[in-house]
Ligand binder design. Structure first.
Ligand code: IMP
Ligand code: MG
Length: 185
């Protein structure tokens, strides 16, 4: 695999800025869910780094679960098209205060699908927390209750977000220079 420095266009959000904002989001969540129990649902795999940082600043009692979805119909990089469930929850969410934790809302199709699907299980509340939001690319309107950063329509990687499944471990959000990045394989 290439070293990311070979195709790095820019660091869009550095580590310090990310951590500061993640902490602020957690504080908002702490205020809003005071006196309640919270069920965080991480949408795999992109949401994991954000989730793990966010949850350590959350002080209300919380449970954790994971789900995964697969989207079809799009190019290799950006999502879109139809979405289906590939990993279901272990937890019964009925009557629970549920907060979905996502890396990025792009077209909105993934979150729209997940919200519709989870709503049928009758949680007490169901909200969305996303680190990044590419509002410009929205195809399906979805509610975003907690938003880390609005970002321009550029393909980003790092801090959970991948390029062909690599680079999720980088502690910052970076923009890829599409002319310099070579797809593996
Ligand atoms: P949506 O269904 O179009 O909102 O897509 C959301 C999913 O697409 C995210 O959870 C990511 O997995 C992926 N995605 C969208 N934009 C980017 C990006 O810039 N970098 C990495 N993954 C992205
Ligand atoms: Mg994702």
């Amino acid at each position: 695999m290439q070293d990311y420095k070979e195709f790095l266009a820019e660091v869009l959000i550095d580590e310090k800025t990310l951590q500061k904002r993640v902490k602020e989001l957690a504080q908002e969540i702490n205020r809003d869910y005071a006196g309640k129990d919270l069920l965080l649902i991480c949408i795999l795999r992109g949401g994991i780094v954000f989730l793990v940082d966010l949850m350590r600043y959350i002080t209300v009692p919380l449970q954790l679960d994971f789900m995964a979805v697969t989207s079809y119909g799009a190019g290799i990089r950006q999502s879109g098209g139809s979405v289906r469930l590939s990993l279901d929850l272990k937890t019964d969410i009925r009557h629970k205060e549920v907060l979905l934790v996502e890396d990025i809302v792009d077209s909105g199709n993934t979150i729209a699908y997940v919200l519709e699907f989870l709503q049928t299980r009758q949680p007490r509340s169901l909200k969305v927390c996303t680190l990044l939001d590419k509002e410009e690319r929205r195809e399906t309107s979805v509610p975003v209750h907690y938003r880390g950063f609005s970002i321009p329509n550029k393909f980003v990687f790092g801090y959970g977000l991948d390029l062909d499944e690599y680079y999720r471990n980088l502690p910052f959000i970076a923009v890829v220079d599409q002319n310099k990045y070579h797809q593996p394989g």
